[in-house]
Design a protein around this ligand. Structure first.
Ligand code: GAL
Length: 637
């Protein structure tokens, strides 16, 4: 935090607050040209000025209301500061679209518009304010994060959270979740098949069927499907896999932890199970140590914490806002923090064992950057999924645009291309028995009728998954900066280039690390628009120099996703092994774009590694004594 430039004046003055019968109101000024971003995982919109945001956890929002798996009462603006309102209440933010009543009559009487839309929000281009209302509270703390740039404001927020997570190397490999009913033999057969067919994979995930009861959960192995869980995990390890387990927190009466948890649970049931009061130490300890002793100690590498969000408007499940919990929280507050406290409960068990971990979770919130958890969803709009990657960076969250089945081969390819350029590269085949590349159609897939040309599609998917394996060292470098100085590894272009007006609305392209710009393609689109920030850029794949500061169209290539690299970058490309544990994945080809003056650094296990390029002598230099070896230095283009 101290390494960031000091800011002498507070970024804002003129904050006002008052307590009303409804709760607490805050007014924060907004200049006429100021734009707003953030509010956590927002899938439906990007720039937030002119909107009303409700910070309310909801797995299936039907509109752009602010509701999300992981809403966060935090925003940043193009004027270079961030605001965090420290509340678990359903806070409402009127982002510059509430205006005081007029008091002066006017003579301009001839103006008739057809629709409310034509009348427009008066928010943009008029100075205004952000009005925040926090209901049912006697007061609230607001935190201001100075910049001076928008990116630095985000960095400060992330450092204040404890700094960003650095996943273990295997967490950045490829993940595959098997079908929900797959048993021990079937999962191991799939694991072997991937090895035989040279499909890289680091993590195999089990869905609800590993347990005796789900939904709600027993957290006990089903002996019919998994007769020997220890042996199963061991065999998976021998094949080079980590095992990740699906669960949700709602604890079924048949669970071994049920009786102990009864006094430390909320007063309502979800799917007939208890809602553990994770805001209290007792529930965290009972629930957590059971997981530690019975699951983590046999080698489970992480969990997928499902349904810790809420779906009371749409699918009618979860506990009511009026619930009460022994810790003193009510249901509204608990919804806001359930995902975070659940993460903390599980993470602590790994910390106590000094075991690195990387996990999935369906709900999160404020100050979550250090947590080794990545968000995901049941929703499935590809464009929204890419927007999720872009938006999460503002609030210190990570998001996985997972791949399940697909509407067409092209759709599968495009989705897979995006997910390998994301915080967690995963196929979640929880409702299909065979990998999607063998059969896209869900029914046919489950009845075992494979597509005729499946080998061809599998080969294309294998190549794309291989890219991910190649990028693992580069990603480690990006995450290292997340931990060290709070720069989100995946983030909106506007964060790096706040003065570039062309980038203020770009929500379908993003920075990955400090030198790579990713512009995903979407099925059915023949071309896409690329807006490059100022500076010199190269095509990642060919090294070709692209015009700088320019907007252009690229045709949707059949086999590549548009990726651009800042001129001067040194980029490590790893060998593709069966998993990140494969020695081949530590052999690097170092690609040099332009003069190679931007060297690359990462933390690899206990050692630091640096790759640099001397353009005058055309030689590369590797420093550090980690596991990496350079096979080749490769000037590109
Ligand atoms: C959903 C989850 C899916 C899958 C499924 C299994 O809630 O989002 O990814 O795990 O449960 O029942």
């Amino acid at each position: 935090m101290r390494a960031l430039p000091s800011v002498s004046n507070p970024p804002l003055s003129n904050l006002r607050g008052r307590i009303t019968a409804r709760g607490c109101q805050i007014s924060i000024p907004l200049a006429s040209d100021e734009l707003m971003y953030g509010f956590g995982l927002q899938l439906l919109s990007f720039q937030q000025r002119g909107k009303k945001r409700i910070v309310r956890v909801n797995a299936d929002p039907k509109g752009d209301s602010g509701d999300s798996h992981a809403p966060v009462p935090f925003y940043v603006t193009t004027h270079g500061y961030g605001v965090l309102i420290d509340t678990l209440r359903h806070a409402q933010f009127y982002c510059g679209e509430a205006h005081p009543k007029p008091v002066e009559p006017t003579t301009n009487q001839h103006s008739v518009v057809n629709t409310p839309q034509d009348a427009g929000g008066k928010g943009i281009a008029t100075s205004s304010e952000v009005l925040v209302e926090v209901p049912r509270t006697a007061g609230v703390d607001a935190y201001l994060f100075a910049g001076p740039t928008m990116q630095q404001a985000v960095q400060r927020y992330i450092l204040f959270s404890g700094g960003g997570v650095v996943p273990p190397e295997w967490g950045l490999g490829f993940w595959y979740r098997a079908e929900l009913h797959a048993d021990q033999a079937a999962v191991l057969a799939l694991a072997r098949e991937f090895r035989e067919s040279k499909m890289p994979c680091d993590v195999i995930g089990l869905e609800p069927g590993w347990q005796t009861h789900a939904y709600s959960c027993s957290f006990a192995w089903d002996q019919n499907r998994f007769p020997d869980p220890k042996q199963f995990v061991k065999e998976a390890e021998q094949l080079g896999y980590r095992v990740n387990l699906w669960e949700h927190a709602f604890t079924h009466p048949s669970s071994p932890v049920f009786s102990q948890l009864v006094p430390y649970a909320g007063d309502f049931a979800v799917w007939e199970g208890l809602v553990p009061d994770f805001a209290g130490e007792q529930a965290r300890e009972i629930f957590g140590s059971y997981h530690g002793e019975h699951l983590i100690d046999i080698g489970i590498s992480g969990f997928k914490l499902d349904e810790c969000d809420n779906s009371d408007f749409t699918d009618g499940w979860s506990f009511p806002d009026m619930s009460s919990f022994p810790s003193g929280l009510d249901g509204e507050q608990m919804h806001a923090i359930f995902g975070l406290k659940y993460q903390q409960t599980i993470w602590r068990q790994f910390q106590q064992r000094q075991r690195p971990t990387y996990n999935l979770v369906r709900s999160s919130g404020a100050l979550a950057a250090p947590y080794p958890f990545v968000l995901y969803s049941d929703l499935y709009d590809h464009r929204q999924f890419v927007r999720g990657v872009v938006n999460c960076g503002f609030s210190g969250l990570l998001w996985c645009p997972e791949v399940r089945d697909a509407a067409s081969e092209e759709d599968l390819i495009r989705r897979l291309q995006s997910v390998v350029f994301s915080p967690l590269a995963m196929v979640n085949a929880w409702y299909i028995k065979n990998p999607p590349w063998k059969q896209l159609n869900r029914e046919l897939n489950n009845s075992g009728q494979l597509a005729e040309n499946w080998k061809e599609l599998e080969a294309r998917c294998r190549e794309i998954i291989g890219w991910r394996m190649q990028l693992v060292p580069y990603l480690l470098g990006a995450f290292r900066r997340y931990a060290e100085n709070g720069t989100p590894p995946f983030r909106a272009l506007v964060l790096d280039y706040p003065d570039d007006k062309n980038l203020q609305t770009i929500d379908d392209a993003y920075m990955m690390g400090d030198r790579m710009l990713v512009a995903p393609l979407f099925a059915g689109e023949a071309a896409r628009k690329i807006v490059l920030p100022q500076g010199k850029w190269h095509d990642f794949w060919t090294g070709e120099l692209v015009l700088s500061d320019s907007t252009f169209e690229v045709p949707a290539s059949a086999d590549k996703i548009p990726v651009f690299v800042k001129s001067g970058s040194v980029i490590p490309i790893a060998g593709v092994g069966a998993s990140t544990g494969d020695p081949g994945s530590h052999e690097l080809t170092v690609q040099i774009y332009g003069d190679g003056h931007i060297s690359w650094r990462a933390q690899e296990e206990a050692s630091e590694i640096e790759l640099s390029w001397d353009a005058t002598r055309a030689v590369g230099n590797i420093r550090g004594n980690g596991r990496y070896r350079v096979k080749q230095w490769k000037p590109m283009g």
